[in-house]
Every structure is written in C-alpha cells, then in structure tokens.
Design a protein around this ligand. Structure first.
Ligand code: UGA
Length: 463
C-alpha cells in the first residue's frame, strides 16, 4: 500500500520503518529539514535499538521529505504522528496536529485516503480532525470532500527502547473508525503483523509463544479511550507497587518477594511491578493528566488516577528523604547519580525522575555528579542549568562521593565493576533506586545498600 507518515519522532519513525519492512511504500514528512537531512543520510534522529539497521534494510521503500505534495496525493493511508506536548492545564497542545491535518487536506487527491491519528490525542479528537480536514479541503479545493477521506484512530502501544519489537510483535492492534471502509483498509495494512506472516528481521526474532495478533476493531471514541485507559492502568500498577513498597519497608517485608508473589496471579501479571523511583517519560505523566482533564470536562473526578500521580511524584522526594535518613546532613555532601534517561535504552529525558532528584539535591546544598551512558549529550542541550554537573567518566561519580544513587537501570550499571570504585568513595553508600542491583553482592564488596524502603543493609565485612 502507499502510506504517508507525518512526523518522524519515536512513533512516526518506528511506524514508517516497520510498515516499509512489511513491504509498503512509505513517505515520511517532517517540517524539520535537519531531521529529514539526517534521515536521508541514513541516520536516525532518535536513539532506538536496531532502528538504524532496519532503516538501512528498507531504505528503497522509504522516502523522506518536507513536502506534503510528495507523500499525500494518492496515499491509501496517512498517519499523523506529530507531537502533542502538555499545556499548563494538563491538556495536550494540539496546534501541530491541526497544522498537519490542514496540510494533509490541501494535498488529498485520488481515491479514499484513511487519515489516522497516531498521536495520543484527547478523546473526541477524531471528530475534531475530521472537521479540520473537511473545512481545509473545501477551502482549498472549492468543493466538498465526498468520499475523499475517512478518519481513524490507531493508538500506539510501543515502549521506547523496545519500539521495533513492540510494533512488529504487539499484544494487540486497535483500530477505531465510524467508517467501515477505513477499518478494512487498516486491517489490510496490518495483515502481515496480524497473522505474523513476515520473516522476522535477524536482530528482532519473533517471540516463541506469539500466535496471531488480536485485532480490536471498534468505533473512534472507544479506540481513543483504550490508549488512555491502558497507559493510566500501567502507571497506576507502578504506583501501586511503590505504595506497597512503603508498607513492606515499614513491616520488614521484602517488596521484591511481595511483587513476585502478587504478580504470579495471572489475573494481576508480574510486569510493571518493579518498585523504585517511579515512572517518567513523555507518556504516563502526560496521558494521566489528560485523562483527568478530559474527565473534568464531563464533571467526573478520577481519584484513582490522581492518587497514582501523587504517589509517583512522592517517590522522587523519597530519594532525598532516604539519603537524609542515612547521611543526616545533605549540605556539602557529594551525591552521584547514575542514569538520567527516564528508563534504559533511550536518550529521552522528558519528565525523567533524575531531573527532579538532581534539582532537589541542589536545593538542599548537595554537590552532585551526573552520568548517563547515552543521554548525556542530550542532557547537555536540554538541561543547561544542570549540565555543569555532568561527567562522561563514571569514576568521577564515585570519587569522594557520600552516596551513589542508581536512578536508571541501565545494564551498564548492573554490570559495573563495583569493586573498583568503592575505595574512592568517602562513604560507600549505594541507593538502588530501581531495585536492580544484588544487595548480596554489593554488601559482600563492602557497600552499604539502601533502597527507597526498609532499613539499610550494612556491608558484610563490618556486619
Ligand atoms: C509507555 C507504555 O508502556 C507504552 O505502551 C505506550 O505506547 C507509551 O508509554 C506511549 O504512550 O507512547 P514508555 O513511556 O516508552 O511506554 O515506557 P515504559 O516502558 O512503559 O516505562 C515508563 C516508565 O515507568 C519508565 O520510567 C520506567 O522506568 C517506569 N517503570 C516501568 C517502573 O518504574 N516500574 C515498572 O515496573 C515498569
């Protein structure tokens, strides 16, 4: 099929590369010329494992342009995957979506084009985009757009860092439209994924247990709400285990064991029960805020979702509280932070817990040293106020430190030669903010091991 994707961020680019891999001809449009030049040169403007290799493999079926006239006329499907940043009141800023829809409408030509909202948009946006397309089409073409387009919603469930895997091997595909023809077009577009008939890329083998992928084909509003309901549920699952972690610490239980014992109930499931500094990123914070904002428009309160947000924010302050418990005085202490990205395998810093934690520590008068194996350069650009505390040398984080906090569970930190760095610390305290290190191993080496809950475990040698 002939596909056009507007926006080359995580969602747009992953969608483009995967659809090209399935054999479709894909044109990617972005108004940012630098991004398009980078892509034309065979590089990706985002950090995402395996995307460079796959991009190279499907290059013949991908076109990159800043010009809507190249991609939209004659397209079977146009995906709009532009950014929808959060406004001050919690609702998303839809100016880029509006501009993209207007440009698409001007260039629509040929038979039916399905225009798909791939950006996470408030419930009801499908109708809103439909109205914008209709008005812009009439303005530009001078007649009504009868049968020229239909709007659909196709929410995205990919995780950054696993974007290609999640797109090729999803748990489900959700498509929503009030127009049957567009539902048919989209199920045809995704046929290769739905029946898993493609040959897997060598770097991304198909999970052994994966069978046919379920398709949820529904109306527009339901598809839009699925996205919010899913993200809010995942967010509250994390906040729930963090709330349980607090009581586990108080009663002397091991939260990791509690999470395991709880998650093995198939009705609950063990994923997204990893306790720690909580969620960050561009999605959970923004989407839970948007859900609460939409509910308010209908005079509905969302106490569960609000509580999940509150618990998540509290986890960031807990880091400082725990350091205070152990060190008594923070002023003048040196605290090293390992990990700045909101999670491993991405350089994304949006709403990253590390930014709040670093800021809180500085407010308390601490000296800080910040490290990330991938996101450091981006941090330099996006966080100029904190960038002076960055280091590219991991030994600087430990040198003379009173504590080191693991904020992001990068595999590099799990596999670190912890033995080597201990002697250079002033006080060998490790706060494992992601429950990702072995307490046994670290205390054996001579570290004092701390999590956000429960008492610190003293070094074995001194115990
Ligand atoms: C999330 C959803 O998982 C995707 O399904 C969705 O498509 C995406 O948002 C989106 O709306 O675009 P993402 O934000 O990339 O994906 O990352 P996740 O893997 O979900 O992690 C989110 C945050 O939760 C990270 O900061 C992670 O460290 C934290 N987390 C995750 C925990 O603290 N505990 C866990 O058990 C799992």
């Amino acid at each position: 099929m002939k596909v056009c994707v507007v926006g080359t961020g995580y969602v747009g680019l992953t969608t483009s590369v995967c659809l090209a891999y399935l054999g479709h001809d894909v044109t990617c449009i972005d108004l940012d010329e630098r991004k398009i030049d980078t892509l034309r040169a065979g590089h990706t403007p985002i950090y995402e494992p395996f995307i460079d290799q796959l991009l190279e493999q499907v290059a013949a079926r991908l076109t990159f342009t800043t010009d809507y006239a190249v991609g939209v006329p004659g397209a079977d499907v146009v995906f709009i995957a532009v950014q929808t940043p959060q406004l001050g009141n919690g609702s998303p800023d839809l100016q880029y979506l509006r501009a993209a829809a207007e440009s698409v409408a001007q260039h629509l030509a040929g038979g039916l084009t399905v225009v798909v909202n791939k950006s996470t948009v408030p419930i009801g946006s499908g109708n809103w985009v439909d109205a914008i397309l209709r008005e812009a089409y009439e303005r530009h073409h001078g007649h009504r757009p009868d049968g020229q387009f239909a709007v659909a919603s196709n929410p995205e469930f990919l995780r950054e860092g696993n974007a290609l895997h999640d797109t090729l091997y999803p748990d489900r595909i959700v498509i929503g439209s009030d127009n049957q023809a567009s539902l048919d077009v989209l199920s045809q577009l995704y046929r290769g994924i739905l029946n898993q008939s493609f040959t897997p890329p060598t770097s991304l083998p198909r999970p052994a247990a994966l069978g046919a992928v379920p398709l949820v084909s529904t109306d527009l509003a339901s598809a839009e709400l699925v996205k919010y309901a899913a993200n809010a549920f995942l967010a509250l699952k994390i906040s729930y285990i963090n709330e349980i972690a607090a009581i586990a610490g108080a009663v002397g239980a091991d939260v990791a064991e509690v999470a395991r014992g709880t998650g093995l109930d198939a009705r609950i499931g063990s994923r997204f029960l990893q306790p720690g500094v909580g969620w960050g990123g561009s999605c959970f914070g923004k989407d839970t805020a948007a859900l609460v904002a939409t509910a308010a428009e209908y005079n509905l309160a969302m106490p569960i979702v609000n509580a999940a947000r509150e618990v998540n924010q509290r986890q960031r302050t807990r880091v400082v509280d725990r350091l205070l418990d152990e060190l008594r005085i923070i002023k003048g202490r040196k605290i090293g932070l390992l990990g700045l990205a909101f999670k491993p395998d991405t350089d994304d810093l949006r709403d990253s817990p590390a930014i709040d934690i670093a800021t809180l520590l500085l407010e308390r008068g601490a000296r800080i040293s910040l490290h990330d194996p991938v996101a450091a350069d981006r941090f330099q650009r996006e966080q100029p106020d904190l960038a002076a505390h960055l280091t590219h040398r991991i030994e600087d984080v430990f040198d003379d430190a009173d504590a080191v906090v693991v904020v992001t569970d990068w595999s590099q930190y799990l596999d670190l030669d912890w033995d080597k760095f201990l002697p250079s610390m002033r006080c060998p305290l490790v706060l494992d903010g992601r429950h990702c290190l072995s307490a046994d191993r670290l205390t054996e080496l001579g570290y004092r091991y701390l999590t956000l809950t429960g008492p610190a475990i003293p070094p074995r040698s001194n115990a």
